[in-house]
Design a protein around this ligand. Structure first.
Ligand SMILES: C[S@@+](CC[C@H](N)C(=O)[O-])C[C@H]1O[C@@H](n2cnc3c(N)ncnc32)[C@H](O)[C@@H]1O
Length: 254
């Protein structure tokens, strides 16, 4: 025991945690990532495991549900769209990334009265132009509440009501995409005591396929660096989810 403490203090702590009282502070763990194959990608560090802890200077980190901008930046550098829509823009993270890259971007949010689940609203955001990229970071159902507007997806009272409005959004987004255009959705699974575990990543794919889209590349598992839940303490036992998932769908035929 003395030797294992000297050689690897984290290993010694792990053993104590199993037999002793619950441990509420843990050391940072460094995981070895698999090596990615070399290929012609203009963004070689963009793989199925997205672990960039730096959010970048985009949007407002204090906005509830804010996501870092670097994943969006890497996707835009990879797909090179000519026009981006962000219909659930929140603090404008995607807009800021687009501004830096010089890519035209149109945004809306329920806070400004824009309802992304309405196909009319999505068509007017797109205008007459061919949209080749939609970035969407919707609410993870009611994990965080956003606007005091009943059309806000986070305000839906039941899972069925959420999925109905989410399906309407995905269909509306698919409807404005040009042939070959892409819809990138960042979504996380959700759970609470009443609903149990809700696999929102699965539902996202199901609804996108029903809207006639096909997934065009690997899931991108985004490590949830900086999530507020990481600092909380729970008495119950569960397997913590430390990621959300970015899925990219393509409109391949009309
Ligand atoms: C997860 S947050 C997006 C945060 C954003 N990515 C950022 O970095 O700041 C989800 C956003 O969806 C918006 N929203 C919810 N329902 C909506 C709807 N029906 N139409 C448009 N926006 C909606 C919320 O107001 C919130 O700003």
């Amino acid at each position: 025991m003395i030797y294992s403490s000297l050689i690897n203090p984290y290993f010694a702590m792990r053993r104590r945690a199993i037999v002793g009282a619950p441990q509420f502070s843990r050391p940072i763990v460094f995981a070895k990532l698999p090596r990615a194959p070399r290929n012609g990608s203009p963004v070689p560090h963009l793989t199925s495991l997205y672990h960039n802890a730096d959010a970048g200077k985009y949007g407002d980190r204090s906005y509830p549900g804010n996501c870092g901008g670097n994943l969006i930046k890497d996707l835009l550098l990879f797909f090179r769209p000519r026009l981006v829509l962000d219909p659930m823009t929140g603090s404008g993270t995607c807009r800021d990334v687009c501004r830096e890259l010089g890519v035209p971007c149109r945004t809306g949010d329920i806070h400004q009265g824009f309802d992304a689940s309405s196909s009319d609203a999505m068509r007017s955001l797109a205008g007459a132009d061919a949209v080749d990229f939609v970035w969407a970071h919707p609410p993870y159902w009611r994990q965080k509440l956003y606007a005091a507007d009943e059309r806000d997806l986070s305000r839906t009272q039941t899972l069925d009501a959420f999925l109905d409005r989410y399906a309407a959004f995905i269909q509306a987004a698919a409807g404005v995409l040009a042939q070959g255009g892409r819809l990138a959705i960042l979504m996380g699974d959700y759970s609470d005591r009443e609903a149990g575990f809700v696999p929102l990543v699965y539902h996202t794919k199901r609804l996108a396929f029903e809207a006639g889209l096909r997934q065009c590349c690997t899931d991108i598992i985004r490590f949830s660096h900086g999530a507020s839940s990481g600092r909380k303490v729970y008495r119950s036992a569960f397997i913590p989810g430390l990621h959300d998932v970015c899925m990219i769908f393509e409109r391949s035929s009309l």
